[in-house]
Design a protein around this ligand. Structure first.
Ligand SMILES: [Zn+2]
Length: 216
């Protein structure tokens, strides 16, 4: 039966290059994924070249906001060129209350606001937004900075020692990981002129001391 045999052989000779082609394009796609900046397989890099977020130490409580367009839009933070320090401006509120306020914006639609971190008056640190997503905290610098909000007991905005110590520790950790310099640590005031964080705006020497401690 020569005819069927030939047909099978012809079909096989047609299938082999096809399989090889598929295999080749799969392998090529895999390596392209590793080599191009947008490749998901490239370790340590996000889409536009920012470092992948560090593992959070156990002194940070990760309690991310639900994704929503008012406080966690899920927009990629493509580069990290600084850290912006804030105060919550609402004396006596806790880190948890501020975090929950941001989360609640998903349903209240009151405004757009959030922060990567909130530090409480007892020094507790809550993370609300992953470090590869933007927060709504620092206006034009939302696109390339990490934001840290600090709670405070009084109207003058001075931080408790516990809040201050945690702020130094967290800022130093992040600055070290992302290779940031002293000048990359800024106040909200330096972005928009807003009196935030109030105490560090009114006490320039305390602000300089803070940065000294971060880079000690
Ligand atoms: Zn602020």
């Amino acid at each position: 039966m020569p005819t069927p045999t030939r047909t099978r052989r012809r079909r096989r000779s047609f299938l082999l290059p096809l399989v090889l082609l598929l295999l080749l394009s799969f392998v090529a796609g895999f390596f392209a994924g590793r080599l191009t900046p947008g490749g998901t397989a490239s370790p340590g890099k996000t889409a536009a070249g920012a470092k992948a977020p560090p593992a959070m130490p156990d002194w940070v409580t990760v309690d991310l906001l639900p994704q929503n367009k008012y406080s966690r839009p899920g927009t990629a933070l493509r580069e990290i060129n600084g850290i912006v320090i804030h105060y919550v401006g609402n004396p006596g509120t806790t880190a948890r209350q501020n975090r929950n306020y941001f989360a609640g914006l998903a349903t209240t639609h009151e405004t757009s606001a959030s922060s990567h971190f909130v530090i409480g008056i007892n020094g507790e640190i809550l993370q609300c937004i992953p470090l590869d997503e933007i927060a709504y905290c620092s206006n034009s610098r939302n696109v390339d900075t990490i934001s840290i909000e600090c709670c405070h007991p009084g109207e003058d905005g001075q931080f408790t020692q516990e809040t201050y110590d945690s702020l130094v520790r967290l800022t130093a950790y992040l600055a070290d990981y992302y290779g940031l310099d002293r000048d990359d640590i800024i106040r909200h005031y330096d972005v928009t002129g807003k009196l935030c964080p109030l105490y560090f705006v009114e006490h320039e020497d305390a602000w300089e001391d803070f940065k000294d401690e971060v880079f000690r």
